[in-house]
Structures are given as C-alpha cells and as structure tokens.
Design a protein around this ligand. Structure first.
Ligand code: CA
Length: 236
C-alpha cells in the first residue's frame, strides 16, 4: 500500500520538485503552502487514504510550523519530518523533543530525504516490515534478539550499558535521537542532563565498532543535538 504524505512548504519551486520526486517513489502526495491550507487538507482526508507522514516546513506565511507539530502530536501517530533552513541546534532539539521524528536542514538531497522518510515511517509502524531486530550496515552486524554484535565477522563484547545504548539507536536507525531521549531511555529520566555519559559511552562503542573512531560510519554525531545510527543496508 502506498503511503500518504502531506508536504507543507511555502516555497513553490521546492514544493513542486519535491511533489514530483515523491510521486515517482510511489507516495500519494498532498501539498499545502500555509498552515491554514494544511489544516484544511488534514480535515478533508478520507479514512481509507490516510496521511502517514507530514513534511513540515517551519517558516510559513501564516505562522510557525511548530504549532502544527503540537496539534499533530496530540492527534495521533502520523510521522513528522521537519524540513527547514533553520539550523540552530536549539531549534532542532525543540522540534525533536516536541515529537518530530526527524529534522532535515535545507538544502538537502532527495536521496537523504527519502531515507529519512523510510526511517520515520518504519519507526511509526506504517511499514509492513516487522520491528527492527537485526541491523546490518557495511561490516557491522547486530542481532538485538540474541544480543550478538559482529564487526568484520568477529564477535564484539559490549557491556550491558553499551548494548542498551546501541540497541536504542538501532531501533530508530536512520533517525536522529536527541541526547535527552537517549539519556532518559538508557540511564533514566533523572539523568537527562548528564551528556558526558553519552560522550563516554559513544566513544567506547566507536572504539569497538568503527574502523576509525575519528571518522565514524555507523554511529553518527548530530552536533549538539544527538546521535544517529546510519540507515541500514537494504536487503538484496
Ligand atoms: Ca518556508
């Protein structure tokens, strides 16, 4: 079944090119150029053709896209991917902690957008695939069920905390996970400000799982925001 996408973007040229690219990929694409327009579109959606993902611009003629994010989060499980020229870390953290699935800074490549959309849809359970239990990317192989991690075919021993952190990132592979979410989920809500835990443990994971921990390929840094597990290789 094709997924429904609402593309909210006031830049006409970008809106048109994205609509075409997404339609080619098989998405059912609705477009809107303002918040009012988007709300009207969302109201008129037919239940048999739902919107599964919203591509949300922030700077819009009638307000800030963040207000629509708040409304969408109260309503349900639609995936929200923010596309914005605003690249301040504080802005990214606000929308991610506010419930956006991911954040892409303009200008971006269509390939990256599509990968992030797939990850967001998978995370929201819209895809037909089973939940993520295995991850493969290049020389890195992770089986969450058996808790086995292999790098270049060799088994890697991880401490329980290292494994918990890795598993949290793998379950949302392809998407950025904020420092706050990682700290809350791995160490507990009372530790959300201890970002030095993350630096320490990510360093340990990279030393074990990357060929060159100074230039990680699997465990990626989103500076000032969080971390992202690289999008897994697709099965061939
Ligand atoms: Ca805009």
């Amino acid at each position: 079944m094709s997924h429904g996408v609402l593309l909210l973007e006031d830049d006409r040229v970008l809106r048109t090119s994205l609509r075409e690219a997404l339609a080619i990929e098989g998405y059912r694409v609705h477009t809107a150029a303002s918040l009012a327009d988007a709300r009207a579109q969302l109201r008129s959606i037919r239940p048999e053709e739902p919107i599964d993902l919203v591509l949300l611009d922030l700077g819009l003629p009638d307000g800030d896209g963040q207000t629509l994010l708040d409304e969408l989060r109260k309503q349900g499980h639609v995936a929200v991917l923010v596309i914005s020229a605003r690249e301040a870390e504080g802005q990214k953290i606000r929308v991610l902690d506010g419930g956006a699935d991911d954040y892409l800074v303009k200008p971006f490549g269509i390939g990256e957008l599509l990968a992030r959309m797939r990850a967001a849809l998978r995370h929201r359970g819209h895809a037909t695939e089973p939940p993520v239990l295995a991850y493969q990317h290049g020389a890195l192989n992770i089986d969450l069920k058996t808790r086995r991690v292999r790098h270049h075919g060799l088994e890697v021993h991880l401490t329980p905390t290292e494994f918990a952190l890795l598993a949290r990132l793998v379950r949302q592979a392809g998407q950025v996970v904020t420092h706050r979410h990682l700290l809350a989920d791995v160490w507990g809500a009372e530790h959300v400000d201890q970002t030095h835990y993350l630096r320490l443990y990510m360093g340990q994971l990279r030393a074990k799982l990357e060929d060159d921990s100074a230039e990680p390929r699997h465990l990626l840094t989103e500076t000032g925001v969080g971390y992202r597990m690289a999008e897994p290789d697709t099965d061939t």
